[in-house]
Every structure is written in structure tokens, then in C-alpha cells.
Design a protein around this ligand. Structure first.
Ligand SMILES: Nc1ncnc2c1ncn2[C@@H]1O[C@H](COP(=O)(O)OP(=O)(O)OP(=O)(O)O)[C@@H](O)[C@H]1O
Ligand SMILES: Nc1ccn([C@@H]2O[C@H](COP(=O)(O)O)[C@@H](O)[C@H]2O)c(=O)n1
Length: 207
């Protein structure tokens, strides 16, 4: 079974995806980490966010087994990820490894922005996780403060809105709900309730 979880920043995709993967004993890939790794490397090496060939080279050289989520979850890396994710050559360079992960024997859970639409349109279960920008900003703000970052609630909300806009309006694989995805709005749901709702959705799609 392939489970595709998509949605905007800090909607709780990863929380749900990890829980479903644990529940069903499936491997999980947080595809945002791939774009974050390319974005971070571009920042470190001073590569411009519109230099398609150089960014694609970084993407093609990624060692997925060596991705350390900790530095990749920093606030500025999220912004850099969204910039490089708008470059079609980068998306193409990361396509095969995501498709290979999705189609491995036994199934998989992937979360991102284009899993149900581009990476695994054949997924049996597609969940589009949403929450208001304000709820998502509150969650991301708490997360970044806990990491020791100095950010204000307003700056995080501005960043979320900017990222939503860029991710939804880019020409290549924009963030959008697949026609056959079930929407899960968890604005007023906690993590456990969101996971419970996601399990109901899986059950409704697989019974
Ligand atoms: N339903 C929820 N209610 C409140 N907080 C939540 C909920 N789901 C997740 N969180 C918290 O919000 C933050 C973001 O969650 P998570 O990383 O799962 O989101 P995401 O959509 O995967 O984010 P990303 O933009 O990195 O892809 C985390 O600190 C997480 O613990
Ligand atoms: N399938 C995906 C996953 C991510 N992105 C881009 O990466 C940015 C960071 O992702 P997070 O899930 O870690 O927040 C995100 O803003 C997207 O621009 C993507 O394009 N496709």
C-alpha cells in the first residue's frame, strides 16, 4: 500500500505520516528533507537559487541515507528549500529516488507537496492535510523557539504565507490537492486526533 500525504508547511503531514508508517509497519520518506538538503547546500556553497544546472547537480549528488534532519529543520533552510523546489531541474533530479521509494515492495508512506499528484498518482490512499495559516504558524513558531531560534509569531506567519504562495503557484508540480485525495483539516485537532482521523481515512480507502 502506498500512502501519499500532502499539504502546506507545518500542517502536520510528518506527524501523521510517521504515525501511519509505524502503525502499518511501512517505511516513511519525508520528501521535504530532500529539498531542504539541496537548499541548505546551496546556501553553504553560495549557489544562486535560479542556477538550475548547479542546483540540479547538488540534487543528483544527494546521499539520502546520510540526511540528518536536525540542521535541515532550521527556519532559513525551509525558505531555501522552497526556492530550490521551484526549479524544474531540481524536481526532475529528485524524482527517481522518490518514485523508487514509493514503489518498493510492500509499500511506503511519503509526505510532501506533490506525492499524490506527481510522485505516486497511483497511491491507494491520498490525504491532503490542511490547517489555517495562523494555526500552522503557531505550531512552527513553537517548534523553532524550542530549537533556540529567535523568531516572532508575525515573522513565522509571514514566512508561511510566502511559502504557501510560492509552493502553490510554481509552474512545476505546484502544491495542490489531488482530485482523489481526502482533505483532513486539523486546525482544531491535536496530533493524536489528527492521526486517528487519518487512520479512519486509510480504513475507508482500503476496506
Ligand atoms: N494537529 C496538530 N496540532 C498541534 N500541533 C501539531 C499538530 N500536528 C503537528 N503538530 C506540531 O506542529 C509542528 C509541525 O508538524 P509537522 O512537522 O508534522 O508538520 P509538517 O507539515 O510535516 O511540516 P513541514 O512543513 O516541515 O513539512 C511540529 O512541532 C508538530 O509537533
Ligand atoms: N514533495 C515536496 C516536498 C517539499 N517541497 C518543498 O520543500 C519545502 C520544504 O518542505 P517541508 O515539507 O520540509 O516544509 C517546501 O516549502 C516545498 O517548497 C516540495 O516542493 N515538494
Amino acid at each position: 500500500m502506498i500512502i501519499a500525504i500532502d499539504g502546506p508547511a507545518a500542517s502536520g503531514k510528518g506527524t501523521i505520516a510517521r504515525a501511519l508508517a509505524r502503525h502499518f509497519g511501512l517505511p516513511h520518506l519525508d520528501t521535504g528533507l530532500l529539498y531542504r538538503a539541496v537548499g541548505r547546500e546551496a546556501l553553504v556553497r553560495g549557489i544562486a537559487f535560479d542556477d538550475g544546472p548547479a542546483l540540479a547537480e547538488l540534487a543528483a549528488a544527494l546521499d539520502v541515507s546520510a540526511l540528518d534532519p536536525e540542521p535541515l529543520k532550521a527556519g532559513p533552510v525551509g525558505e531555501a528549500a522552497s526556492r530550490v523546489a521551484a526549479i524544474n531541474e531540481v524536481r526532475q533530479a529528485l524524482m527517481t529516488l522518490q518514485r523508487d521509494f514509493a514503489t518498493q515492495a510492500g509499500g511506503a508512506v511519503l509526505d510532501g507537496r506533490d506525492i499524490g499528484t506527481v510522485i505516486a498518482p497511483e497511491a491507494q490512499v491520498k490525504i491532503f492535510v490542511t490547517a489555517t495559516p495562523e494555526a500552522r504558524a503557531q505550531r512552527r513558531h513553537a517548534e523553532l523557539v524550542a530549537r533556540g531560534e529567535e523568531v516572532t509569531p508575525q515573522s513565522v506567519l509571514d514566512d508561511i504565507r510566502k511559502r504557501d504562495q510560492r509552493d502553490s503557484s510554481r509552474a512545476s508540480a505546484p502544491l495542490t490537492k489531488a482530485a482523489d485525495a481526502v482533505e483532513l483539516d486539523n486546525t482544531t485537532l491535536g496530533p493524536a486526533e489528527s492521526v486517528a482521523r487519518a487512520l479512519e481515512i486509510v480504513a475507508s480507502r482500503t476496506e
